[in-house]
Design a protein around this ligand. Structure first.
Ligand code: AMP
Length: 249
């Protein structure tokens, strides 16, 4: 089984996000970037499938500007075999990303594509679904468990009423939920080895995809500041305040 994992370069989840003074976008100057956490889970799952003898090769792809090669290298250090960087200016237009990933998957004759369920910067939660639609293949979103049985991919998903297990025919798209696994840390020798693993750079033109602007970012604003709380001395006082000051009960 050949696996494609899509990894997005995003702001590190520990970094404090700043908005540009003109509200045009988020300020990325001098900010720590990392692999999107859900994509790290996707890489880990692919590596586990390879370690268990099910996967034969793991290709990792990232779409965006040149620096996203750093995140491809990180995924190679975690155990992926080779990388593909599709060089574009914008990395958050889901439909464009899905079209490029679809072309990569077709070219590489991929059996399973694993993506994060969402990117923590744009929070779109739609690339995997769009990709499955473009490829007209099965999809298992928000996977909390993945296993292979009799050439089928069994994907367990956490839904409102409990756990749902889907049996997917390959090729398939799977998006990862938080509980699927706990990603490993890259060992130093593997970080060194990753530098020598192949990384191919492609353009949308080479993949036959014409970029369209489907969405336009209008403005970005910081969340409203939370007002300071007050300490109350008793439950009675709390109820009084909720009734007469906040007027919520
Ligand atoms: P989204 O739909 O934008 O929330 O992203 C969901 C998933 O799609 C991410 O976790 C990635 O696996 C994949 N993805 C989104 N954008 C990119 C990108 N620019 N490069 C590679 N993968 C991406």
């Amino acid at each position: 089984m050949k696996i494609l994992v899509a990894v997005k370069r995003v702001i590190d989840y520990n970094a404090k996000v700043r908005v540009k003074p003109d509200n045009s976008d988020v300020d990325l100057a001098n900010i720590k970037m990392a692999i999107n956490p859900f994509c790290e889970i996707a890489v880990e799952e692919a590596v586990r499938l390879k370690e268990s003898g099910i996967a034969t090769e793991i290709v990792v792809a990232s779409i965006g500007e040149k620096p996203c090669q750093e995140q491809i290298r990180s995924a190679l250090a975690l155990g992926a075999d080779r990388g593909i960087h599709v060089e574009t200016e914008n990395n958050s237009d889901s439909l464009n990303v899905a079209k490029l990933l679809a072309k990569v998957a077709e070219r590489e004759q991929i059996d399973l594509i694993i993506l994060g369920k969402q990117a923590i910067d744009s929070d779109n939660n739609q690339t995997g679904q769009m990709l499955a639609a473009l490829l007209n293949c099965s999809q298992g979103t928000f996977a909390s468990k993945v296993c292979v049985e009799n050439e089928k991919l069994l994907v367990t998903r956490e839904i409102d009423g409990g756990l749902q297990t889907l049996s997917l025919t390959l090729p398939a798209v799977v998006t990862t939920d938080l509980r699927l696994n706990e990603p490993r840390y890259a060992a130093l020798p593997n970080i060194m080895k990753a530098k020598r693993k192949p990384l191919q750079v492609l353009t949308p033109d080479e993949l036959g995809v014409t970029f369209k602007q489907h969405t336009q970012l209008m403005s970005v604003a910081e969340p409203a500041k939370r007002e300071q709380g007050v300490m109350v001395n008793s439950v009675d006082e709390l109820i009084e305040k909720l009734k007469f000051e906040a007027k919520v009960i």
